[in-house]
Design a protein around this ligand. Sequence first.
Ligand code: NAP
Length: 271
Amino acid sequence: MEQPALTDFRTRYGPWALVAGASAGLGAEFATQLAAKGLNLVLIARRKELLDKLGVQLVNDYAVEVRALQLDLGREDIDSVVTEATSDIDLGLLVYNAAISIIGPFFEATLEDHLNEIAVNCRAPLTLAYLLGQRMLKRRRGGIILMSSLGASQGSALIVNYTATKAYNRLLAEGLWEELRKQGIDVLTSSPSAVSTPGYLASAPRHSGRLSASTMTPRAVVAETLAALGKQPVVIPGWTNRLASVLMQRFLSHKAAIKLMGRVMRSMYQR
Ligand SMILES: NC(=O)c1ccc[n+]([C@@H]2O[C@H](COP(=O)([O-])OP(=O)(O)OC[C@H]3O[C@@H](n4cnc5c(N)ncnc54)[C@H](OP(=O)(O)O)[C@@H]3O)[C@@H](O)[C@H]2O)c1
């Protein structure tokens, strides 16, 4: 049975949203824009002091309720920790934003580091989508946003495992979108290109010395992502990124695209 059209964001995706990876960058921006829409928030990250500071600001600015949960999303018991912290509230939206991004030659990182990247970037979004998605199905409404990356359109040297984890998120969300769309749950994957977040700025400028003109702000990326929820399975924020994506797919063979990404990454991250 199709859900009746629910136009009001808070009615459809509230009263509570959970943002995983909310202490900085896009996650903090998701929390801010969701609070502005009147949603109460569960904020997850490791840096509790940043979550608390953001929480106080959101309570003051938007009169919403905020719970800050200090948690390493690479842990194996995140399902029980999140269940215990949220069993008494009605969660209608999951934003899985946290990610580890190991940059450098594949064999310069340890296997343990790569496996931890998979735990945070793949195991945790799968776990939370499963856990919270079941709760949303019972209410027959809700939303799930999984962050991917435009870089996951093909494999890439120097971020080999990262792009593979981001491709996983995209495909997980696309499949769930189709499976859940007639049951009132909107699933979306967002694939930004470069965004001026602390995580990105801490890596790229040190190596390249400048930001590209197409680098987007977290505010613009989050606004485009939230606007796409409920309308489509995938969003690529920024028209220049959408154009670049179309052009790459139309005019480059997949092999050439992989090689091009390798050249771009080496120019950014290797001296
Ligand atoms: N920025 C870009 O250019 C860009 C481009 C394409 C896609 N994306 C995607 O967008 C998302 C956000 O990127 P961002 O640049 O905003 O990242 P960021 O600035 O590095 O922030 C990452 C967030 O995830 C949290 N986090 C990381 N590891 C965690 C862990 N083990 N447990 C709990 N929380 C953890 C961090 O909090 P704590 O450190 O406090 O734990 C922080 O709140 C990611 O999924 C990324 O792949 C970003």
